[in-house]
Structure formats: structure tokens, C-alpha cells
Design a protein around this ligand. Structure first.
Ligand code: ADP
Length: 875
């Protein structure tokens, strides 16, 4: 029955008359561990107390019995002593009577014998009776036939005259101090009966004597001596019930046992297991003591079977209690573990977001966890005990849900769970997935079903979205003109290929390998782990270069060019894979090739055009040496004819002629070299040589226009790697444009010059370059023309073709250089125009800076009209 303890506030102070309530309260306040301990120790304590009580009881009873035994021994000893004493007193009285008769009546010896015989007959304890005169002579005596020793003595003739043996001491014997003599003397002196101390009589019989003095008119007339056998006294006068109970013995003053009722030598008095009681045998006063000895009839505590049984049972109880305690301890440990396990599971259950519902075999809800309640919006008490249809079933799906429940109860639910629709209490719906597993009770029987439920609305939405996006993704990929393929690096499997890939290369990885360029690339990746970055297993080299890794690959069998972009990706299963996107660029490639071809043709054509334009100038240029040659030749011919020429003059004239011919040849050679159609080819070239050739060629045209070219080429320029003819063509074009601008502006002769400068430079965005610049003092480029300068066929000149600058730019850009144009200003007025192009070189920045400063200084010297800042602004 559970205890109902009222709260402390209402209880008030406890009355001492209510110990039970106090105990209950104390008990309830104990922590469970202490309760267990108390519950275990209390029985143990009571068993020990019981054992102690039993021991005490045993001890008490044993003491009681000892007391009783001792009392009994005492009484029996007293009885024995009393009996013997009474007998001795009676005998003594008889003897005293006899002694008086002997004295008063003066009976003779025969009468005495008769009396003695009757006396001895009735008294078996008496060994002999004698009348001894004052002179210690035996007057008469009687030996009792009751004693064997006596019989022995009867058989032989009584040595009367010598009767001073041990029985009756002679004077000598008395003098010698024997017991009878001592008694005789004492009786004579004291005038009253005296008992001798026991001594060994005839036949080793222990005897003692009583001497009754014969007083005849106050004169000592001898004694009557009765000799008692100690043994007989004991045998005849101690009642048999006494001897049956206890050992009664007679001992003398020296503790010697003279006679005993038991055959055992009871010498060992004071033994642990015996009680001894000694009483002096009055009235003898001769040191005879009656000793009663009793044996412990109760066995000692240690020997008591009952006691040992109690001890054994107590020990058994204690042992069993300890066993029970250990068992309880184990059980409580298990219980603690069970409680913590239960708490753990409950906490887990309560904390998880999965709804849990248990049903019994009939489909009645027996348990729901908080998550289930939170999901459905129903409280626990609204669900527990409910039978289908459950309140969270949407009304329009009752039939379907009933079918699913039947399936669930029959254990046929799919392992992957079923999708159902749940209606919350407030009416809203959500999708859930339910998993069912059998509920097994402690006995191993199935007691119902456990269902877990997760809300999959979000998951479903994401899944739908994912599949939609996947569809979009595949649609896009499949629709791509480019071939997309993914190959696993380790196994070489084709993991993905889109429609274009399949169309071009089929469904195997052959195409991928072809596009990847070298199959070794992949195999190297497969084998050499050190080339693989530890991050994500991607190859370290490829990660950094991946972005810019666009290759143009020609696939021989298909006769197609592809722009291939490769990337390393981590495939969905974590494998390292290579993705290739190959775009068919065959047509672009063709167009490019054609364009390049045409550009080349255009360059050649342009050079031819330039030469065509320069034809008159060239003719004029050639005319001079040819005229000179003609003049020299004519002069020499006439002088030779007249023999008016000396040999040295002739040689000098011939040499002059040859020089002129050489000059003409050089011009022709330059022009031929310039216009000769050749494949563009890069080669090591010095800027100075290029400039020289260009200025030489341009000079032909420029001179015709009265324009002067100033050239400055910086010292120690690094070597270029260019096609010198093409660079020469660019320079020629710029110089020609500048000369035309000056000529068209009809500038005065002082301003008719062009400045050509070649300096090294270091630009942040370009690195080390050599800059070629052509500066003129012309009218500059109009703003609207500036934007269209490099357009093909853009020209402001009436007879201009407008392809010069366009070609210049394509040539410079094909050499990875840049070309730019700018107007120069003198205040707000345009004072000229500057065209500059750069060609990349390898050179250290210090060289460039030093050279730039030197160049700037040189420019300042030669062209003071041009502000230094505008020239060096890019340095
Ligand atoms: P063309 O010389 O045949 O006209 P270009 O392409 O060489 O073709 O030049 C295009 C235009 O650029 C020229 O028509 C001219 O207007 C302008 N131009 C070129 N160089 C200069 C210059 N140094 N000064 C002024 N204008 C120039």
C-alpha cells in the first residue's frame, strides 16, 4: 500500500507517539541506495542478534544447570556424610553404653565377647571390637566375619598374647607413634571417645579406630576399641540413589582417597567437567572427609548439537542474505543501467524529428512520441487508444489508408516504406513516408507494430525540382553542338557522353582519348600519384592550367578540327574524372586559314602597290646613277679616243662608274627583296638593320617630297625575333604616311622632317618591348578619323587605298605587339602626329630604364619642339 505522507508544512512537529509515521518519513527521505543498504543490512543484523540471543540463552541455561548440579552434589554429599555420621554416633553411643557396663557391671570378658559379637553382627562396617586395658593389653576382642581380611585372620590361631599388632598398638607401638596408640593416648588423656586417623589395616584394608575410654570411678581403666572399615562405611551407609547420581568417596587429611563409590580413581579432583563437594566427617574429627563428585551431565556449549545447528542455520541465513544482497546489488546495477538506457532512448525518441507510433496487433494506437504529435498536431491523449480510421487520415483517403493499414497489420509493408498523406489537426496536409517494423515484447512474442514517419514534403519538392533541373540540364547538354564527354581517370570508363559525342565518336571512350590528345596524359595521371593534388585528388598541374587549357585538335579520320577544353572534375561517386568539351571548329579553321592566306596575299599586294606608287620615285632614283654612269662612260670614251687620259684617271673614273652601278643595283636589290613574295617567317633580326633598310627604301619617296628623316636607334638593343620584311613594310608605311601628311600640309622646309626612334621600354601590361615610333610635324589625325584609322579601305586621301594601317596592325599583332596613334599638341594646337608600335623582347627592366632616359635626352637634343613629357610619358 503506498504511503501518503502529507507535506511538511501541514505535518507540524512530530509527536513522539507516532514512531511508525516517523519511521516511514525517515525511510522515504533516504536515498534509494541507502534504502537498499538498510533493507539488506537489517535482516543480517537481526540474524546476528538472534544468534547472540541464542548463545546468551544457552550460556544462561548451562549456568543454571551447573548451579543445580552443584546443589545436587552438595546435597548428596551432605546426605552421605549425615548417614555415616549418624551411624558413627549411634555406634559410639552403643560403645559408650558398653563401656559403662564394662566398668559398672564389671562384666567379664566372655560377656563382653557375646555383646561384641552381637554388636558386630548388626554392624557390617565394624571390622573388630576389642577391650583394652589401661596397660594396653587386649582383654578381649572380636573380629567381624564380614571382612575377608578378618576371615583370613580367623583361619590362623589368634596370637592373643601378642595382640599389639597394627590392630591394637603395643606400648612400643604407641611410643613409636602409630595411629591406634595416638588414639589410645588421646582417649586416656581426654576421657572421651577419640577417633584415630585412617591407616592401612590387615590385608591393605583402610581402617580407623574409635577409642572409648573406660572410666572406673574417675580412673582410666582402658578403652573399648572399635575398628571401622572405611570402605564398608561408604558401602553400607551411603544410599544407593546417591551413589547412582554422584561419586561419593572418603578421603583423609592428605587428600588420599580411601574409599570410593566408583571404581575410577577420582584423584583428579577439580577437573573442569566435575563438581566437587567435601564435608568433614564429624564427629570423628580424624581428618576424614566425605567428598561428593558430580559429572557435568549437560554437555558443554561447544558440544551441543542444538547449539551448532542454530549456529549453522544462522550462518546459512547470513550466507543466503549475503547472496541475496549480492543478487540485489547486481539487480540494482542492472536496474540502473536499464533506467539510464530507457532515459537515453526516451531522450533520443523525444529529440528526433521522426514521428514514432506503436500499434497493438488489432491496430489500436498504444504509443506516440512527441515528434509524431508535433507533426500531426494532435495531443498524445487524442491518439492513444484510437482505432482506425485515425484522426490524421484525410477523409477522402480513408479507403486507401485502410488498405495500407491492413497491409501493415499483415506484415506485408514494403521495406522501403510507403508514402502516405497526412492531415494535420488544423486541416493542412503533408506527405510522409512510413516504415513499419514488428514490435516484440520481453517474451519474444510480437505485441504489435512500430511505425516511424518522416515528413517528406520538402524532400519530395526538392526531388521534383532536382529531376526537373536534371531534365533541363540533360536537354541543354544533349542539345549542345559541342561533344561533352567525361572519362574516369583510374578505370578509363566513359562516364558520360552527350548526343553530339555519340554522333561523332559512338558510345566508347576512343573519341575521348583522341580528343584528349595523348592517351599517355591519362595513364600518367593514373600511375603517378605525386602529380595528383592532395586536395580532391585532382592533378595539381591541370588545376592551375585547366581554365586556359583550350587545344585545337585535328582528328585525322574525320578530317575535322576541334576546339577541346579539358577539366578535371570529381565525379558524383567521388572518382577523379576528366571532362572534355569539344567544339567543331573545322569551318572556322578553314576561314582562318583562308583569311591568313588572303592577308599574306594582301601584304604582298600592298608592297607591290607601294612600289607601284613609288615607281616614278624609283625611276628617278635609278635615273641618277644611270645618268652618272652614262656621263662617266661618255667622258671616258671621248678621252680614251683622244688619248687624253692617264691610266690613274681612267681607273678613278671606272671606279666611280662601278660605284654608281652598285648603287643602282642596291636599289633594285632592296626593292626586289621587299616585294619578293615569300612565306612569312620569323628569324633573329636586329632593329638597326630593319630601320636602315626601311629608311633607305622610304628615302626614295621622301626625298622626292623634300622631307628629311631623322633616325635614332638606341644602343645595345636585344635581338628581335620577327619577319624583317613585314616590320620593314610597317615602318615604310608609317614613314610614307608621315611624309604625305607633311607634304599635304605644305609645311615650310624647316619643319619638313620625320623622326624615327627605336627605344627599349618596359611596360607593366606588356613586359619588355622595343618601341618603334614615327613622329611628324603634320596636321595630325582628325578626331573622327582616329577611331577608323585601322579600318580596311579607310582613307582621307583622294588616291588613297586605305589598307596600309589595317595591314600594319595585323602584322604587329601577329608579332604579339601593339600599335597606337596619337596627336601631339603644342598647347591646344595640334603640332603633329605620332605612330608607335611595340615588339616584345626579353630584357631586364634596368637596361630598359637606362636606355629610355638616354633616349629621352637624345630626343630633347634633336627635337626641341616636341615636349619631352609627351615623348616619355609612357616610360
Ligand atoms: P592611305 O594612306 O592609303 O590613305 P592608310 O591606311 O595608310 O591609307 O591611312 C589611312 C588614313 O590615316 C589616311 O587616309 C590619313 O587620313 C590618316 N593618316 C595616316 N597617317 C597619317 C599621318 N601621319 N598624319 C595624318 N593623318 C594620317
Amino acid at each position: 500500500m503506498p504511503l501518503s505522507v502529507p507535506p511538511d508544512s501541514t505535518l507540524g512537529p512530530l509527536s513522539p507517539t507516532d514512531p511508525q509515521r516517523m519511521f516511514r518519513r525517515w525511510w522515504k527521505r533516504l536515498p534509494p541506495a541507502r534504502q537498499d543498504r538498510v533493507a539488506t543490512l537489517a535482516p543480517l543484523l537481526s540474524v546476528l542478534l538472534f544468534l547472540a540471543a541464542i548463545i546468551t540463552a544457552f550460556w544462561y541455561l548451562r549456568n543454571e544447570e551447573h548451579e543445580r548440579e552443584l546443589e545436587s552434589v552438595k546435597r548428596d554429599t551432605e546426605i552421605a556424610q549425615q548417614q555415616i555420621r549418624l551411624r558413627l554416633i549411634e555406634n559410639q553411643e552403643q560403645l559408650v553404653r558398653m563401656a559403662r557396663e564394662v566398668v559398672t557391671r564389671a562384666i567379664d570378658q566372655d560377656e563382653f565377647l557375646g555383646q561384641a559379637v552381637s554388636f558386630a553382627r548388626e554392624r557390617p562396617e565394624v571390622v573388630s571390637l576389642a577391650w583394652i586395658g589401661a596397660d594396653q593389653t587386649v582383654r578381649q576382642r572380636h573380629l567381624s566375619p564380614n571382612h575377608p581380611g578378618e576371615l583370613l585372620r580367623l583361619a590362623e590361631p589368634p596370637p592373643l598374647p601378642n595382640f599389639v599388632g597394627p590392630l591394637v598398638p603395643t606400648a612400643t607401638a604407641l611410643q613409636a607413634g602409630g595411629e591406634p596408640a595416638w588414639a589410645f593416648a588421646a582417649a586416656r588423656d581426654l576421657r572421651q571417645p577419640v577417633y584415630s586417623r585412617p591407616f592401612e589395616g590387615t590385608g591393605a584394608l583402610m581402617v580407623f579406630q574409635v577409642h572409648v575410654p573406660l572410666i572406673d570411678r574417675s580412673a582410666f581403666a582402658g578403652t573399648l576399641v572399635a575398628e571401622y572399615a572405611v570402605e564398608s562405611l561408604l558401602r553400607y551407609f551411603v544410599p544407593p540413589e546417591v551413589t547412582r547420581r554422584h561419586a561419593i568417596s572418603l578421603i583423609d587429611g592428605t587428600d588420599r582417597v580411601l574409599a570410593s563409590s566408583v571404581s575410577r580413581e577420582p584423584g583428579s579432583s577439580g577437573q573442569r567437567n566435575s563438581f566437587v563437594q567435601e564435608v568433614a566427617l564429624a564427629p570423628s574429627g580424624n581428618g576424614l572427609v566425605v567428598r561428593g563428585e558430580g559429572w557435568r551431565t549437560s554437555i558443554g556449549l561447544i558440544g551441543n548439537t542444538l547449539f551448532w545447528m542454530v549456529v549453522a542455520l544462522s550462518a546459512l541465513t547470513v550466507w543466503m542474505l549475503l547472496g541475496t544482497w549480492r543478487h540485489m546489488h547486481r539487480r540494482s546495477q542492472m536496474q540502473t543501467a536499464l533506467i539510464s538506457e530507457t532515459n537515453f532512448r526516451r531522450a533520443m525518441e523525444n529529440s528526433m524529428l521522426t514521428g514514432m507510433r506503436a500499434m497493438d496487433i488489432e491496430g489500436r494506437i498504444s504509443y506516440v512520441n512527441p515528434a509524431f504529435c508535433a507533426m500531426t498536431g494532435f495531443a498524445e491523449h487524442e491518439l492513444i487508444g484510437r482505432r482506425p480510421p485515425f484522426p490524421y487520415w484525410p477523409p477522402d483517403r480513408t479507403e486507401e489508408n485502410t488498405r495500407l493499414l491492413q497491409q501493415e497489420l499483415q506484415g506485408r509493408s514494403p521495406a522501403g516504406g510507403v508514402e502516405i498523406r497526412i492531415m494535420r489537426k488544423e486541416g493542412s496536409m503533408f506527405d510522409a513516408r512510413m516504415y513499419v517494423s514488428p514490435l516484440i515484447d520481453a517474451r519474444g512474442h510480437q505485441s504489435g507494430w512500430m511505425t516511424s514517419m518522416t515528413n517528406i514534403t520538402e524532400a519530395k519538392r526538392i526531388r521534383d525540382q532536382l529531376s526537373a533541373s536534371h531534365e533541363r540540364f540533360t536537354t541543354v547538354l544533349e542539345g549542345l553542338e559541342a561533344a561533352v564527354s567525361v572519362l574516369s581517370v583510374a578505370q578509363g570508363d566513359l562516364l558520360f557522353a552527350n548526343r553530339s559525342y555519340r554522333l561523332w565518336f559512338g558510345a566508347d571512350s576512343q573519341g575521348h582519348t583522341l580528343l584528349a590528345g595523348s592517351a599517355e596524359n591519362l595513364s600518367v595521371l593514373r600511375e603517378a600519384d605525386e602529380s595528383v593534388d592532395s586536395f580532391g585528388g585532382l592533378p595539381a598541374r591541370e588545376i592551375t592550367e585547366a581554365a586556359g587549357d583550350a587545344r585545337e585538335v585535328f582528328i585525322e579520320p574525320m578530317q575535322k578540327w576541334f576546339d577541346v577544353r579539358a577539366r578535371y572534375v570529381q565525379w558524383t561517386d567521388g572518382r577523379l574524372a576528366q571532362m572534355l568539351i569539344a567544339t567543331d571548329i573545322t569551318s572556322r579553321r578553314h576561314a582562318e586559314e583562308q583569311a591568313a592566306h588572303q592577308a599574306e596575299k594582301a601584304q604582298v599586294t600592298s608592297r607591290l602597290v607601294t612600289m607601284g606608287e613609288m615607281a616614278s620615285s624609283v625611276a628617278h632614283e635609278l635615273n641618277q646613277p644611270l645618268t652618272a654612269i652614262t656621263n662617266y662612260c661618255n667622258g671616258m670614251v671621248s678621252r680614251v679616243k683622244n688619248d687624253a687620259i692617264e691610266k690613274p684617271d681612267l681607273i678613278a673614273a671606272l671606279e666611280k662608274t662601278a660605284r654608281q652601278a652598285q648603287r643602282a643595283g642596291q636599289i633594285i636589290h632592296r626593292i626586289r627583296a621587299f616585294v619578293k613574295r615569300s612565306e612569312p617567317q620569323r628569324q633573329p633580326a636586329r632593329a638597326r638593320d630593319i630601320v636602315e633598310d626601311a629608311v633607305e627604301l622610304a628615302g626614295i619617296e621622301v626625298r622626292r617630297r623634300n622631307v628629311h628623316i631623322r633616325t635614332y636607334v638606341a644602343q645595345r638593343l636585344p635581338e628581335l625575333r620577327v619577319d624583317p620584311i613585314l616590320i620593314e613594310q610597317v615602318l615604310l608605311n608609317l614613314l610614307k604616311n608621315a611624309a604625305e601628311a607633311i607634304d599635304n600640309a605644305q609645311l615650310p622646309p624647316s619643319r619638313r622632317h620625320i623622326e624615327l626612334r627605336v627605344v627599349p621600354r618596359y611596360a607593366q601590361d606588356e613586359g619588355g618591348v622595343i618601341e618603334f615610333s614615327v613622329t611628324d610635324n603634320g596636321p595630325g589625325v582628325k578626331d573622327e578619323a582616329m577611331a577608323r584609322l585601322y579600318e580596311a579601305f579607310f582613307s582621307t586621301k583622294a588616291d588613297g587605298l586605305g589598307i596600309g594601317l589595317s595591314l600594319c596592325r595585323s602584322i604587329i599583332e601577329s608579332h604579339r605587339g601593339r600599335i597606337r596613334a596619337e596627336n601631339l599638341y603644342n598647347g591646344t594646337v595640334v603640332s603633329g602626329c605620332r605612330f608607335a608600335f611595340t615588339l616584345p623582347v626579353e630584357l631586364p627592366p634596368t637596361v630598359i630604364e637606362g636606355a629610355t632616359e638616354a633616349a629621352a635626352a637624345a630626343v630633347n637634343r634633336t627635337a626641341p619642339a616636341v615636349p619631352a613629357s609627351s615623348l616619355t610619358e609612357n616610360a
